[in-house]
Write a protein that binds this ligand. Structure first.
Ligand SMILES: Nc1ncnc2c1ncn2[C@@H]1O[C@H](COP(=O)(O)OP(=O)(O)O)[C@@H](O)[C@H]1O
Ligand SMILES: [Mg+2]
Length: 374
């Protein structure tokens, strides 16, 4: 059992300048929670407060119901894995992993048993006699994880542990971490600035900005029902398109006036009365805008003409960077260009695009909070 509760956490390094505030979170036993956000938003600071490596200015942290504000790091039963995992260069993989157990005076046979079982889990059994400099980056990273795992801590804290690895290895380690989490049945709090890493690893994500939690939710919720413009723009790649528009009422239906074109709001959309004749931020993900002739969502009031500025093939799909009046946005469509020469011919040409109105997001331009999510 390892629940972690953060209650109204506030942190300042310099008096009066908060770097984390109003942080409230209950992490369940065995949950994989990811702290996500741009550099400097307070992720590492929060993790260090949980580990006990950084004082908490105000608020309370509980591990398994016990207030740990004044408990020393070594007594919190937590293991932390950092981005820069310094292994001892003169020790073998086995000894690197055994180090903390020896320091705690574990019996010889238990050390051997734990290191070997962990090495099995991490698939580094055949590397136990090697020294770190004879290992690849991914292998070293696994040893660093192994060092934490042998201790069987209640909670794992991981601070951007994959960011030193190249892209391909990162994808592989992501897959391994998912498996390891299942096998260990441990509570993991994982920090990253990489939204894809967060979406693929986390049971729940905590997205932060400037020390303030913007939204907490499972990956699907964060993607489909973002609480505000920041969340909507941070999660998803390419990012959600935001278009400045106005909401008009006409003969009982609502329209989004985007100057160069207009889109009809689905009748099911509720609670928009307050915004009639007012400015509104319109959000569409690239995959919800498509070539009219191929879109499964061509209906009425959702088609417009745009000019193609750039075409980017991304494998099975193409990204169309288009413009219409003052707006520029990205549509992700099935390949229309069919080859490089045709692609060149299409740029600067016009295309009819359809918007999937069932996937419309609307935001308040002042608060930037979501008014409507699909
Ligand atoms: N030891 C420190 N002293 C003063 N300011 C710090 C210290 N550590 C971090 N900060 C500041 O706190 C903010 C949050 O930093 P950090 O938690 O490292 O962010 P993240 O991990 O999300 O990139 C940043 O503005 C950073 O400059
Ligand atoms: Mg950090």
């Amino acid at each position: 059992m390892a629940e972690v509760v953060l209650k109204d956490i506030y942190k300042e390094y310099v008096e009066g300048i908060p770097v984390v505030q109003e942080f409230n979170l209950e992490i369940q036993d065995k949950e994989f929670v990811v702290f996500l956000g741009p550099s400097g938003c307070g992720k590492t600071t929060t993790l260090k407060m949980i580990a006990g490596l950084e004082d908490i200015t105000r608020g309370e942290i509980y591990i398994d119901g016990k207030l740990v504000n004044d408990v020393a790091p070594k007594d919190r039963d937590i293991a932390m894995v950092f981005q820069s995992y310094a292994l001892y260069p003169h020790l073998t993989v086995f000894e690197n992993m055994a180090f903390s157990l020896r320091a705690r005076k574990f019996p010889q046979d238990e050390i051997k048993e734990r290191v070997e079982r962990t090495a099995e889990l991490l698939r580094i059994r055949d590397l136990l006699d090697r020294r770190p400099r004879f290992l690849s980056g991914g292998q070293r990273q696994r040893v660093a994880l192994g060092r934490a795992i042998v201790r069987k801590p209640k909670v794992f804290l991981m601070d951007e542990p994959l960011s030193n690895l190249d892209a391909k290895l990162r994808v592989h380690m992501r897959f391994e971490l998912n498996k390891i989490h299942r096998e260990l049945e441990a509570t993991i709090i994982y920090v990253t600035h990489d939204q894809i890493e967060a979406l693929t690893l986390g049971d729940r994500l905590v997205l932060m900005k400037d020390g303030i939690v913007q939204q907490i939710g499972d990956p699907r919720t964060m993607y489909n029902r973002p609480a505000n413009v920041f969340v909507a723009g941070f999660i998803g790649s390419p990012s959600m398109n935001f278009l400045d528009g106005k909401l008009d009422a006409e003969n009982g239906s609502l329209w989004l006036d985007l100057d160069a074109f207009r889109l009809q709001v689905p009748p099911a959309a509720k609670a928009l009365d307050d915004y009639i004749d007012k400015n509104i931020i319109v959000g569409f993900r690239p995959e919800d805008i498509s070539d009219k002739d191929r879109a499964g969502f061509a209906s009425t009031g959702n088609v417009m003409t745009a000019r193609i500025d750039v075409i980017e093939p991304i494998g099975s799909e193409e990204l169309l960077y288009v413009s219409a009046g003052k707006h520029t946005f990205v549509a992700e469509i099935q390949e229309i260009s069919g080859g490089t020469s045709k692609k060149r011919a299409l740029v600067e040409k016009e295309i009819e695009l359809a918007f999937n109105m069932d996937k419309l997001h609307l935001f308040d331009p002042e608060t930037e909070n979501a008014i409507l999510n699909p």
